[in-house]
Design a binder for this molecule. Structure first.
Ligand SMILES: *Cc1c(COP(=O)(O)O)cnc(C)c1O
Length: 423
């Protein structure tokens, strides 16, 4: 594929003209710097706002003003069953059946709730396997879940490390580790795409291997949902959760998504933390004492739906539905491939993200071998919104929904300008 890229602004513009998704950018608010569009490469951290989000939220405010409590049933989209408006589109994004997904709470909360049901240490089978360089929230959650069962995190958490000198974790090494701990492993819990390196793990193979040894597999898809093509149902993943404010453009603090495989759809015996919103809708408002969980992931809901963030989520996932996750991914591979191609000319930059498109999403994590922090500040000054992670990594994520090939070209030109000045 790289052989077909050219290092020129004309080429970038031509790619944009030929991009079937080029009009989606106009549906978003692009932040400005000195009256020019920023080069916004942090959709992996907080996705941009779709222009129609405001309208969707205003509709709910208007229905609230108009109906008060009656909005639960009278609102244009009734609040009583609001999650139903989201499930099908969410399911499409992560490759699930509608019964397997629900929007509720926020990500770290859901990760903890899912652990209640799916981390059930018993006998010798007590250990959790995760990335040594997982997102901090995931470490905290796993450690406390282990303690919640009266066990010691030091003994129970197996940390996956890259081999000496590497940044990413070898796929085979993960499978070998699972095999090595086959009698004591209760759960494999990885970030589907690692937030730091951008590595996309082979979730299908890892899940299969976990099941083969008698363990479960669950994933934090914060950096995967809306970024890569997932087939959670077919891969037989036990559970997953993700946030909606990164690639899914649903706003700060947005509602989280949860996946629970269909095989658990009718398992009232699975322990879970519960609240009235997870109860059967037919009897939810009868205020009875006995909990009758809804079928599927919806039975894990606790509180009444967060209508305003969910309205923002709906506005955004409609765009995913229209654009198609496969089409977005096809553009994404080209966009990130182009970025990689252009960066290869700059000797000061090392890319730590895997170069095989199958092993990554749109993000590239860059180590600036010289003057990393000054480079980052220079980028900022030139209107590039990128992300700095200590000690020396700059993460850039050209997202296919609204970034352009021209953004990519201009970004690399600014990096070049910095190093030609520095010399
Ligand atoms: C962004 C992110 C989170 C954040 O969790 P919140 O509860 O939404 O604040 C957690 N885990 C991972 C892997 C993330 O990338």
């Amino acid at each position: 594929m790289h052989a077909s890229f050219e290092n020129s602004l004309d080429f970038a513009k031509k790619m944009d003209q030929n991009d079937p998704l080029r009009n989606y950018r106009d549906l978003f608010h692009i932040p400005k710097h000195n009256n020019q569009d920023c080069i916004y490469f942090t959709g992996n951290s907080l996705g941009l706002q779709p222009k129609k989000t405001k309208e969707y939220i205003l509709e709910e405010l208007e229905d609230w003003a108009k109906y008060g409590v009656e909005g639960h049933f009278e609102a244009k989209r009734n609040w009583f069953g609001y999650h139903h408006f989201l499930t099908e589109k969410m399911a499409t994004i992560v490759g699930a059946k509608p019964i397997e997904v629900v929007a509720m709470n926020t990500l770290s909360v859901n990760l903890n709730l899912l652990m209640v049901s799916f981390y059930r240490p018993q006998g010798k089978r007590t250990k959790i396997m995760m990335e040594a360089a997982a997102f901090p929230s995931d470490h905290y959650a796993m450690q406390q879940q282990v303690r919640f069962h009266g066990l010691n995190p030091q003994d129970e958490i197996i940390l996956l490390e890259p081999s000496e000198g590497a940044h990413c974790i070898d796929s085979e090494a993960i499978l070998n580790e699972i095999e090595k701990h086959k009698d004591s492993l209760a759960l494999v819990m990885l970030g589907g795409v690692n937030y730091y390196t951008g590595q996309f793990f082979d979730l299908e193979k890892i899940t299969k291997k976990a099941h083969e040894v008698g363990a479960l597999a669950g994933y934090d898809l914060a950096h995967a949902a809306g970024n890569v093509v997932l087939n959670l149902h077919d891969w037989n993943v036990d559970f997953a959760c993700w946030c909606s404010y990164k690639y899914l453009n649903s706003g700060p603090g947005g509602v989280s998504g949860v996946f629970i495989h269909e095989k658990y759809a009718n398992s009232p015996e699975l322990p879970r933390f519960a609240g009235w919103w997870g109860n059967d809708e037919k009897t939810r408002f009868l205020m009875q004492r006995e909990f009758v969980p809804q079928e599927g992931a919806a039975g894990w809901q606790m509180s009444n739906a967060q209508i305003l963030p969910m309205a923002a989520h709906l506005a955004s996932i409609e765009l995913f539905d229209q654009a198609g996750i496969q089409n977005l991914r096809a553009k994404s591979e080209k966009l990130t491939g182009f970025l990689e191609f252009l960066l290869q000319d700059i000797s000061e930059i090392q890319i730590i993200t895997p170069s095989n498109p199958l092993d990554r999403g749109c993000q590239l994590s860059l180590i600036a071998k010289k003057e990393a922090k000054p480079l980052f500040l220079f980028l900022k000054d030139k209107g590039v919104v990128a992300d700095w992670r200590e000690p020396d990594v700059i993460r850039v994520a050209p997202v296919p929904m609204y970034n352009t090939f021209e953004d990519v070209y201009r970004f690399v030109a600014i990096v070049k300008e910095f190093y030609s000045k520095a010399d």
